[in-house]
Design a protein around this ligand. Structure first.
Ligand code: CDP
Ligand code: MG
Length: 734
C-alpha cells in the first residue's frame, strides 16, 4: 500500500503522467469528487487541471510521477486506499451520527420522512445503511431522483464508496439507459423510470425499500409516485418507504402518509445575515452586478454565489463583470468569474470546484441548479435575484413555455442557506422585505399544477388507475389540465369515447416518449414506414442539437444544412436524410464535422433508435421501409401531431388550426422561406415570437382522413374563411 511515499511523487525533471481520464459516461460531479479525493491523497503530487493544459481536454486530470512504474502502483493502490479514504469520509457526514436512528425508524415504521440539508448524506448513505442492515437480502433498495445527472453521479459515487463496479451491485436507470445487472441491490433511478417500471411490475415486487429522494422538488413524476406508493404500502406490508426532503416541508409529506414519523438530521449550519434592498430594483441583472462588485470591494474574503435565471443572463453578467473588473485594474483584487448552468460543457462546470487561490475571490453565476443540486465549497456570500425560470403549460393553447418567475419563500431560504455551510454567511436579496413577505408564495408551484399531464395519465390508465378525479394527489392538478390531457389522449386514439384505454393506448405506453411521438410510431405500422419514423422520432428526442452552427461559420453551416432538404420536403424528412447519410458513411465522426452535424447528438440518437427498434418489435409493429413514399411518412407524422397544425394567412404568418393563435416558422426551418398553405409542426417555442420548430407541409384532406373524430370536414374545407372553426370538444368521462 505504501508503494509511493510523499517524496516519490513529484519530480520537476522527469515527468510521467498518469491520465485520469474517466469514461465518457462519468459526469462532472463524479469526476470532480474523484479528483478531489485523489488530490488530497497525493497532497504532494502535482495536480494539473485540464483547462490549463495545452490539450484543453475536458477530462484530462493528471498526476505526475517520476517513475513510470509508479503509474501502475498508483492505479492499484489508489483503488484500495481510495476506499479507505472514502470510508473515513463517510463517517464525517452529519447523517452518520443518525445511522442507528434511521435504521430503527425504518424497522419500526413502514413509512418514514427524513429531512436534512443538502450534503448531509441522505442520498448516498441511507441506501448503504439499509444494505448493510440486510434490507437487500430480499429485494433491492430503489432510490428515485428527479434529475438524470443526479441519478448517474450519485450511483457512481456510491459504487466507489462500496468499492464495486458501477452497474454491478450499485446501478442506475434513466430513460434510454439502464446501467444495472442481476447483481444490483442499490438502484438509483429517475422518478419517471419507476413509473415505467411499474408497467411491467405493478407492485414493484423486486424492491424491499423505496426511497423517494428530493421529494421537495415536487416533480410531476415524484408527485404521481407518492400517490401510487400511498396505495402500494397498503398492498405490500413488507415494503418500506422513505421520503427524503432537503427543505422544511416535511409535515406535508408526513400528514399525507397518515402522520408518518419525521426524522430530522441537523446539518452543519452557521448563521446567515440577510439583507434586503430598500426599494424594488427595476433591473435585477444590473443590481446583481453592482452588488457583486460591492461585496468584492468592501467585504472580507470568501466566494460569492449569484442566483440568476438562465444561460443567456449568466453570459451577459459574466461579460459585464469581466469588463468592469478589467477597467478597475489593480484598484481591486482578482475576481474569478465562473458560470454554471445545466447545459454548460463539463470542463467549464468543473471550474467552479477548483479552490480559489489566495488573495483572489471567486464569483459563481448560477441558475437554480445551485439551490440543492450542486454544493460548492467556500461560498460566504449569496446574491439572490429572486427569480428563476419555470416551465408553464398553457392548457388553452397547448403551449409550454419557459417563463422567468418569482421564486418562493422556500427557495429564497434555500438560496440564503448556501452561504452558511462552512462559516457564517451573508445573503443579499435583490428585493424588498415587503415583497418577500407579501408577494412570494410559501412554496414553489408543484409541476403537477403547471405541466402537460398526458404522459402520466397514459401511464396511470395503463396501471389501471382510471378514476383520476378521485385520485389522492398531494396537490391536485387543476381540472382544466386533466381535461386537456384526456382530450389529447382521445384525439390520439389512446382513449375511447368513454375514456377507456384502447389497444393503441396500450401500445403507446410502451414507449418512453411523449404521447404524440409514441402515436407517430404506432401509426407508422399502418403506413408501412416504421423504419423511417423511428429514426425521425429518435432525432426529435435528442432535442435541437443535430445541426451545428458556429458563430463564425454560419453561412457554411447553413449551406451544409440545406443539402439535406430535397425540394421542400420539410424538416422531419431532412432529419431522416441526415441520419441515413451518416449511416451510409459508417456513422463517421469526420462526416459529421464535414457536414456541420453534432456527432454526440447523432450517437445519442442512434442509441435511442436501437432501443426504439426493440420496443417496436415488442408491441408487434413490423419493421418496414418506404423511403420513397413521402406521403406515407407524412401521414404517420400527422397521426401523432394532428393537433399541431397551422394554416398560412394572407399576411404571411400562420394561425394554428385548433385554439387559433398566431405563429411563425422558425428561421432555422427549411420552410422558413417557402410558405406552405398547411403545415404540421413538432413544437412551439416562444422567443421573440411564437415559433414553430420542425415544420412539414401537409394536405388538409389528410387531416380529415386520419382524424375524422377530431377534424370536421368544415375545418379543412372552408379555405376562404380567415379563421378555421373549432370542432366541438369531445366530452370525456373520467
Ligand atoms: O443527499 P444529501 O444532499 O443529503 O447528501 P449526499 O448527496 O448523500 O452527499 C453527501 C456527500 O457525498 C456530499 O457532501 C459530497 O461530498 C459527496 N458526494 C459526492 O462526492 N459526489 C456525489 N455525486 C454525491 C455526493
Ligand atoms: Mg440528496
Amino acid at each position: 500500500p505504501e508503494a509511493y511515499d510523499e517524496k516519490g511523487c513529484v519530480s520537476q525533471k522527469k515527468r510521467f503522467a498518469v491520465n485520469m481520464q474517466p469514461s465518457s459516461n462519468q459526469t462532472c460531479d463524479e469526476r470532480m469528487s474523484q479528483v478531489t479525493w485523489e488530490e488530497s491523497r497525493l497532497r504532494n503530487a502535482t495536480w494539473e487541471y485540464g483547462s490549463k493544459n495545452k490539450r484543453q481536454r475536458s477530462h484530462d486530470y493528471k498526476f505526475v510521477f517520476e517513475d513510470p512504474h509508479r503509474q501502475l502502483d498508483f492505479i492499484k493502490t489508489s483503488v484500495i486506499n481510495g476506499d479507505k479514504m472514502l470510508q473515513k469520509e463517510r463517517k464525517t457526514l452529519p447523517i452518520y451520527h443518525y445511522r442507528e436512528q434511521v435504521l430503527r425508524a425504518v424497522q419500526e415504521n413502514q413509512v418514514v420522512v427524513i429531512v436534512g440539508e443538502t450534503g448531509s448524506g441522505k442520498t448516498t448513505q441511507i441506501p448503504q445503511y439499509l444494505h448493510e442492515a440486510g434490507y437487500t437480502k430480499h429485494g433491492k433498495v430503489g432510490c428515485t431522483q428527479p434529475r438524470r445527472v443526479a441519478a448517474i453521479s450519485v450511483a457512481a459515487r456510491v459504487s466507489r464508496e462500496m468499492g464495486v463496479k458501477l452497474g454491478h451491485e450499485v446501478g442506475y436507470s434513466i430513460r434510454f439507459e439502464d446501467c444495472t445487472s442481476e447483481k444490483t441491490v442499490l438502484k438509483y433511478m429517475t422518478d419517471g423510470m419507476v413509473l415505467r417500471e411499474m408497467l411491467s411490475d405493478p407492485k414493484l415486487e423486486s424492491y424491499s425499500v423505496l426511497m423517494v429522494d428530493e421529494a421537495h422538488e415536487r416533480t410531476l413524476s415524484t408527485d404521481i409516485l407518492l400517490g401510487i406508493f400511498k396505495d402500494l404500502v397498503r398492498l405490500r406490508s413488507d415494503l418500506k418507504l422513505l421520503i427524503s426532503s432537503a427543505t422544511l416541508d416535511a409535515e406535508k409529506f408526513s400528514t399525507y402518509f397518515n402522520f408518518a414519523p419525521i426524522l430530522r438530521v441537523p446539518g452543519r449550519r452557521y448563521p446567515v445575515e440577510i439583507h434586503y434592498t430598500k426599494a424594488p430594483e427595476s433591473n435585477y441583472i444590473d443590481a446583481a452586478i453592482v452588488t457583486t462588485l460591492e461585496i468584492h470591494a468592501t467585504q472580507a474574503s470568501g466566494d460569492i454565489l449569484v442566483f440568476l435565471t438562465g444561460q443567456e443572463e449568466i453570459e451577459t453578467v459574466e461579460e459585464i463583470l469581466k469588463e468592469r473588473i478589467r477597467k478597475l485594474g489593480t484598484k481591486i483584487g482578482e475576481l474569478i468569474v465562473c458560470p454554471v448552468y445545466a447545459n454548460l460543457p463539463t470542463e467549464l462546470q468543473a471550474k467552479i470546484f477548483v479552490p480559489t487561490p489566495d488573495g483572489a475571490r471567486k464569483v459563481v453565476l448560477a441558475t437554480n441548479i445551485a439551490e440543492t443540486l450542486l454544493t460548492i465549497d467556500g461560498i460566504k456570500y449569496v446574491v439572490d435575484s429572486g427569480y428563476s425560470k419555470m416551465k408553464w403549460y398553457n392548457p388553452k393553447t397547448g403551449m409550454e413555455s419557459l417563463l422567468v418567475y418569482p421564486i418562493s419563500k422556500a427557495s429564497a431560504m434555500q438560496r440564503a442557506g448556501r452561504s452558511g455551510r462552512t462559516g457564517p454567511g451573508k445573503c443579499f436579496r435583490l428585493y424588498t422585505i415587503n415583497s418577500y413577505q407579501e408577494d412570494m408564495e410559501d412554496n414553489t408551484v408543484p409541476e403537477i399544477q403547471r405541466t402537460n399531464l398526458a404522459n402520466v395519465i397514459l401511464i396511470l390508465k395503463n396501471l389501471g388507475i382510471d378514476d383520476l378525479l378521485n385520485f389522492d394527489f398531494l396537490d391536485s392538478p387543476p381540472q382544466e389540465l386533466l381535461r386537456k390531457a384526456l382530450e389529447l389522449l382521445y384525439a390520439l386514439g389512446a382513449l375511447n369515447q368513454v375514456g377507456e384505454l384502447t389497444k393503441v393506448g396500450r401500445q403507446m405506453a410502451e414507449f418512453p416518449l411523449d404521447p404524440m411521438l409514441s402515436k407517430m410510431i404506432v401509426a407508422s405500422d399502418k403506413f408501412k414506414c416504421s423504419n423511417e419514423i423511428i429514426t425521425i422520432a429518435a432525432l426529435l428526442s435528442v432535442g435541437n442539437s443535430v445541426f451545428y452552427r458556429p458563430k463564425n461559420k454560419k453561412f457554411l453551416a447553413d449551406n451544409a444544412r440545406m443539402n439535406f432538404y430535397q425540394g421542400d420536403s420539410g424538416d422531419h424528412i431532412a432529419l431522416l436524410n441526415v441520419y441515413n447519410s451518416w449511416k451510409e458513411n459508417d456513422y463517421s465522426k469526420q462526416w459529421c464535422y464535414d457536414n456541420f452535424i453534432q456527432f454526440r447528438s447523432m450517437k445519442h440518437a442512434r442509441d435511442i433508435r436501437d432501443q426504439l427498434t426493440c420496443l417496436v418489435e415488442r408491441v408487434g409493429i413490423e419493421l418496414t421501409s418506404s423511403l420513397c413514399n413521402l406521403e406515407a411518412m407524412k401521414k404517420a407524422i400527422i397521426s401523432g401531431f394532428l393537433l399541431h397544425t397551422a394554416r398560412l394567412q394572407k399576411n404571411g404568418s400562420y394561425w394554428t388550426v385548433k385554439h387559433p393563435q398566431k405563429v411563425h416558422v422558425h428561421p432555422s426551418s427549411g420552410l422558413a422561406q417557402v410558405p406552405k398553405r398547411w403545415v404540421i409542426y413538432h413544437e412551439l417555442v416562444l422567443t421573440t415570437k411564437e415559433y414553430m420548430r420542425q415544420v412539414t407541409e401537409l394536405k388538409p384532406e389528410w387531416l380529415f382522413e386520419i382524424a375524422p373524430h377530431y377534424y370536421m370536414l368544415k375545418d379543412v374545407e372552408d379555405l376562404r374563411k380567415k379563421m378555421p372553426r373549432v370542432a366541438g370538444r369531445p366530452w370525456l368521462k373520467t
